[in-house]
Design a protein around this ligand. Structure first.
Ligand code: PEP
Ligand code: MG
Length: 906
């Protein structure tokens, strides 16, 4: 890569060195600020230190490459010239903000320091200029708090216990003043209060951190720039990148920008808005603002934000003023910018603005996070509006976002009679049921173990992300629709309610949550309707929802279907599952596991077969199973109505069908008319040290050919019955767990013999295919031989992963989380295909298989068939189809379309 030696890029006053396309170098924030300047919008001037500077900084053991300091000075002088002010000037000081800005938005994950340049020398000048000492000391205390937290504590690698960090200590000092004077909010504090607090702040910083807060503007500036670069490898940023699967080597940019203030008086304000509604996708301006406030007040949820217009109003701010009425001229200007940005970027933008002395400034624009239903609606609407193509629309919706349309909700009927605990803002859709937990660590601990938990906090911060992910839902007592919890949950499509003011107290010591006098403990069950914003007591039933009633979804999926090459089938064992999958777009069955058909009453015929000592006995028992199996297959064929159906012969070890407890063995003995001893002996005989590597798969059919014969006969007789009823059928008989071509040949002979017999008896001819699963590494290596016999392959990636890694698929849960946590593995290989190892085997098998049978049909039916990155991989290596559980069919369809689009881009 050619490295540019320009490490600093300027923006402001109608000119910018960068533009929106330079995100990799300038980070999202820096690139978009440059673009807004170029679009003629009022952006406070500043400059961006590039991500290359960050990468070099780490390469050089946290030292800057030569020239960076000089470049910063030059750009600083340029900004000072525009502003006609100077950093550190005692008369008229210029103040700066220093903010991070990575390529991809990482909301609140990295650091920000505001009001840089306030020192004991510059404070009097600023007071004189603004005639507002309260504002100046308020700004100064914010600087001390942010700087000591970000630069002196976090960047220095100090990790205090939750609640005892420097920021919390300083905030406790503010609370003390409030309590003493009976103040309700920060707004009640006077200039004198803030002034004396800044003195106390500085003392506390020195005492706790052992160093004084710097009184030199350049030291403040460089300390902040260093800290932002260092925050790239901070705990929160690293944990967010793991979850979002972002690489470590991108680095972050740093934006140094002139401060503008939304908190200088009543003609000042600040806000966050979306160019379209991020919860519904509707094309209306949607946002929150606060008069006389700084940006963090809106996002942190300390005050209840106002709505910018009537359509943005929610339950908590009905009575509060809207920007459209309070500052109509500025609202009009902002609305003009909103339209311009929405059409210029041809995507919904999340914007930040500040109003200082009746002048509007744009601080940020970026692609806004949205939930699944909103993403679909916006994408489809923008095609209608002529802004984007159908292909772009399809690429805009993440496959996983479809999950939200299929998201379970709490049962409406149960909701009618449930005890309501409180209400808040509907920040994340769907339902959530779980036990209350009060800290992110506890949520992580229990959630990753599979327990259903709901994280309840006053508000969340980026430090809570690791616990938010494994929670069923998130509930906060404070915060608005753009608060941290709302933003993060929306991005993930997680059920979330924020600003639930009915929570009157969260007591971390006593581990209780009080809902207007009603005290609940950690561990108590609650249920949430995130779509309406209501919290209920207890564990309520959930119901699945369907996307059928969403016209935008239907349109988008139809476009996706036109784009994709891969076919999408489903794994289904019953006609009911098959019908559900067809409704969700399945084009066939890729795996019908027949073992599920031998439970219930049928288990007795199965057990009779297992107990039989000779072929005759087994055949007699198996004959009882035949009509039942025929009925099963007939039902599935009928439901699939001509679509291909792959039926797999019996796979699991026989011991799964016999009872292991004495009383049940007694019952079995009585029912089959054999001795208890004989039953116990059989159970003993069938027990294996390593059943997953034992007598299972085609090994069963080889020792007990009558099982294969019965299943094949049942399949073909069902075909004949369908033919008579004019139902089209395309059966594909699949042999499991094949490792050698001889095994396959042995089974195929039986299947072919049965087909012949059935055809002869019924005097009809029908087509069928016989193929195999590829789930043993040896089968991969001899795929050319197997393909001489087999007409299709289907990758059983559950077993193939198990056998390639040598990780037991049933036991890997005990160590895989550690492996992923320690980055020994990037992902859980049972969820996303390990492309490097298992994937290489698959690719090899495809090549080898098709070398002997050119048109070999190949699919996948392991769990990976419904996971987006695995679907993309299957597309790349030339599979014909993927097969997954019914509810993942839409995800696979969209992922397949994305893969095809990515292919064309190459
Ligand atoms: C597989 O191994 O991937 C597979 C689909 O079969 P099962 O999960 O039934 O072993
Ligand atoms: Mg398998």
């Amino acid at each position: 890569m050619k490295t540019s030696h320009k490490y600093v890029y300027f923006f402001g006053s109608g000119k910018a060195d960068g533009n929106a396309k330079m995100k990799n170098l300038l980070g999202g924030k820096g690139a978009n600020m440059a673009e807004m300047v170029k679009l003629g919008m009022p952006v406070p001037p500043g400059f961006t230190l590039t991500t290359e500077a960050c990468i070099e900084f780490y390469k050089r053991k946290k030292k800057y490459p030569p020239g960076v300091k000089k470049e910063v000075e030059t750009h600083m002088a340029r900004v000072e010239k525009i502003m006609k002010q100077k950093l550190g000037d005692p008369q008229d000081p210029l103040l700066f903000s220093v903010r991070s800005g990575a390529r991809a938005s990482m909301p609140g994950m990295m650091e920000t320091v505001l009001n840089i340049g306030l020192t004991t020398k510059t404070i009097p000048g600023l007071i004189k200029k603004t005639n507002n000492p309260r504002f100046v000391y308020d700004a100064y205390r914010r600087l001390i708090a942010m700087y000591s937290d970000v630069v002196m504590e976090k960047a220095a690698g100090i990790e205090p216990e939750e609640g005892s960090g420097i920021r919390a200590r300083l905030e406790a000092l503010i609370d003390k003043v409030k309590k003493k004077n009976g103040y309700e909010t920060d707004l009640d504090l006077t200039a004198e209060d803030w002034k004396s607090l800044t003195v106390q702040f500085k003392k506390t910083v020195k005492k706790v951190l052992g160093k004084p807060f710097p009184d030199d503007p350049m030291k403040q500036l460089w300390g902040s720039i260093d800290a932002v670069f260092l925050s790239w490898f901070g705990k929160r940023a690293v944990s967010y990148r793991r979850i979002e699967k972002l690489p470590d080597d991108w680095g972050t940019a740093v934006n140094v920008q002139t401060m503008v203030f939304g908190n200088m008086g009543e003609d000042c304000a600040t806000g966050v808005a979306f160019t379209r509604n991020p919860a519904t996708g509707d094309n209306n301006f949607y946002g929150e603002w606060l008069i006389n406030a700084q940006g963090e007040d809106v996002v942190a949820g300390i005050r209840t934000p106002f709505a910018i217009n009537n359509v943005s109003k929610v339950a908590t701010n009905q009575h509060l003023p809207i920007l459209q009425k309070s500052m109509p001229r500025l609202y009009k200007q902002l609305d003009k910018f909103r339209r311009k940005l929405d059409t210029h970027y041809t995507d919904m933008q999340d914007i930040e603005f500040t109003i200082q002395d009746d002048i509007l400034y744009m601080l940020q624009t970026r692609v806004g996070k949205r939930n699944g239903p909103a993403a679909i609606k916006m994408a489809v609407d923008m095609v209608k509006e002529g802004l984007i193509s159908k292909k772009t629309a399809v690429s805009r919706v993440k496959p996983e976002q479809l999950d939200e349309l299929l998201h379970p909700m709490i049962d409406i009927k149960a909701e009618k009679t449930a005890t309501k605990l409180g209400a808040g803002l509907p920040a994340g859709p769907g339902g959530g049921v779980g036990k209350i937990v009060l800290t992110a660590d506890k949520a992580e601990e229990l959630g990753t173990k599979g327990e259903k938990v709901i994280l309840v906090r006053e508000e969340t911060s980026p430090e809570d992300v690791h616990g938010m992910k494994p929670s069923q839902a998130i509930l906060t007592s404070k915060g608005g629709m753009t608060s941290h919890a709302a933003l993060v949950a929306r991005g993930w499509g997680k059920c979330c309610i924020v600003g639930c003011s009915d929570i009157t107290h969260v007591d971390l010591k006593k581990k209780t949550v009080t809902f207007r006098g009603k005290v609940l403990k950690e561990g108590d069950w609650i249920s949430m309707n995130g779509t309406k914003g209501v919290v209920y007591e207890g564990k309520m039933p959930m119901v699945a929802t369907g996307p059928e009633k969403n016209p935008s979804y239907k349109k988008l999926m139809a476009w996706a279907d036109q784009i994709r090459r891969l076919k999408v089938r489903t794994n289904a064992d019953t006609p009911e599952d098959a019908r559900t999958a067809i409704a969700l777009g399945a084009e066939g069955i890729g795996l019908a596991r027949t073992e599920h058909m031998f439970f219930g009453d049928r288990i007795w015929a199965m057990r009779e077969m297992i107990m039989a000592d000779d072929i005759k006995g087994r055949e007699k028992a198996v004959a009882k199973l035949l009509p039942m199996q025929r009925k099963d297959f007939y039902g599935i064929f009928k439901a699939m109505n001509g679509r291909p159906v792959t039926i797999r012969l019996l796979d699991p070890p026989l011991h799964e069908f016999v009872p292991h407890e004495k009383p049940m063995q007694k019952e079995m003995a009585a029912r089959l008319g054999v001795s208890i001893k004989a039953v116990a002996a059989k159970v003993d005989f069938l027990s294996e040290f390593n059943p997953m590597l034992g007598h299972r798969g085609c090994r069963l059919g080889i020792t007990y050919p009558e099982i294969t014969a019965m299943q094949a006969r049942a399949i073909f007789e069902a075909v004949v019955k369908c033919r008579k009823e004019k139902i089209k059928v395309l059966p594909e008989v699949m042999v499991p767990l094949v490792g050698t071509s001889e095994e396959f040949k042995d089974q195929k002979e039986i299947i072919d013999r049965m087909a012949k017999e059935v055809m002869k008896k019924a005097r009809v001819k029908f087509k069928y295919m016989v193929g195999t699963m590829i789930e043993i590494p040896r089968a991969v290596l001899v795929s050319d031989q197997i393909a001489q016999e087999a007409e299709f392959f289907s990758f059983g990636t559950n077993d193939l992963t198990q056998m390639t890694f040598g990780y037991s698929r049933d036991d890997a849960g005990t160590f895989l989380p550690d492996y992923v946590g320690k980055k020994i593995l990037k992902d859980d290989p049972f969820q996303a295909i390990d492309k490097e190892g298992v994937g290489q085997l698959m690719e090899f098998s495809v090549k080898l298989g098709r070398s002997t049978r050119k048109n070999l049909k190949i699919g996948i039916c392991g769990e990976h068939g419904g996971e987006a990155s695995s679907v993309a991989f299957c597309h790349q290596i030339g599979l014909d189809y993927v097969s997954c559980s019914p509810f993942r069919v839409p995800i696979a369809r969209l992922a397949a379309a994305h893969a095809a689009l990515a292919d064309k881009k190459k």
